[in-house]
Write a protein that binds this ligand. Sequence first.
Ligand code: SF4
Length: 324
Amino acid sequence: MMVKAFALLSGGLDSILAVKLVQKQNIEVTGLTFTTPFFGADKARAAARQIDLPLIVLDITTEHLQMLKAPRYGFGKNMNPCIDCHTLMLKIAGRKMEDTGADFLITGEVLGQRPMSQTKQSLHIVAKNSGYADYILRPLSAQLLEPIKAEREGKVDRLQLLEISGRGRKDQMRLAEEYGIRQYPPPAGGCLLTDPMFARRLRDLMERGEDRQIRDYELLKYGRHFRMETGEKIIVGRNSADNDALARLTAEDDLVLSMAHHPGPCVVVPYGRKSAKAFAAALCVRYSDAPNDSEEDVLCSHEGKSATITSKAASKEDCEKHII
Ligand code: SF4
C-alpha cells in the first residue's frame, strides 16, 4: 500500500523542500495549511501550485483564538505564541492524519534556525504536546533527530533525509537549485502576530476582556485605531482600501461616520457607543480633505438611521493621546 503523509505547508522554501525530499521516496504527500485572521493561505497556495501539490486549507480561527488567550509557553517578541501555535497546527494535522489513515506528518522545520521555536527543546515540546511526537518528520534535519515510527518501520528512508541545522541558508539554496524551485517568499513574514503595530492593537483588544467576535480581530488590520478613556474604540480609514474594508466589516449596531461634503475616511465605532460620537466626528473631519478650522457636516448612521452632526477637526494632541 502506498505510504501517505501530510505536509504542513507554509509556502516558505523549507516547507517546499521538505515535501520534495519525501516525494522523492515515492510517498504520496498532501499539503496542509491553515488560516486565521492573522495569517492566510496565499503563500502556501502559490507554493503548492508551483510544485503541483494537492493542498487542503483549514480555517482554524476558533481554536487559534482560544489558544491565543493564554498560550502555555507565552509570546515571542510581539503577540506571536509560536510554540503553542505550532503545537496546535500539529495537533490538527495529526487528527487529519488519523482520520484519513495517513502514515506521518512532515514539517519544514530546521533545527536551530529560529531562536524561540526551533531549538531542539522547542521541537521536542511542540511534538510532545501535539500528541503526535512519533509521527512528525522534519526531513531537513531528520538525521540530527530521533527516528520517528515511519522511519523505524522503513516507510521512509532516513538515509535519504538531511542533517541541516542553524540559520544559514546555503544548503537550502543549493537544494532549491537542484529541484528547480525558483519562486519562494523570504523566510520570515506573513504572520500579523509578529508585527509590532498589530501586536499593540491586539493587546489593547485582548486586555479589555470583552466577549469579542472574529470580525473584531479582522478590524485590527485596517485604519488608524483610537481608544477613548471611557473605553470606546474608534477606527479611521487611512485610504480607500481601508475604507472599503471597514465598510465591509461593519455591523448594524456599529456607529459609522463619513463626511457629508468632502472626501474623507470611513469612521467606525464598533458596537455603536454613542458616547464616542463627538470624538469620532472630530476624527472624521481631521482625516478628511475639509479645512481643519471650520465646522463641517458629518453623516452618522446607526442601526439603520442616519443623521448629520457638525464638528470641528480633532486636535493633533488629542489624536496622539488616543491613538493605539
Ligand atoms: S509566526 Fe505566527 S503563524 Fe508562525 S508559529 Fe508564530 S504565531 Fe504561528
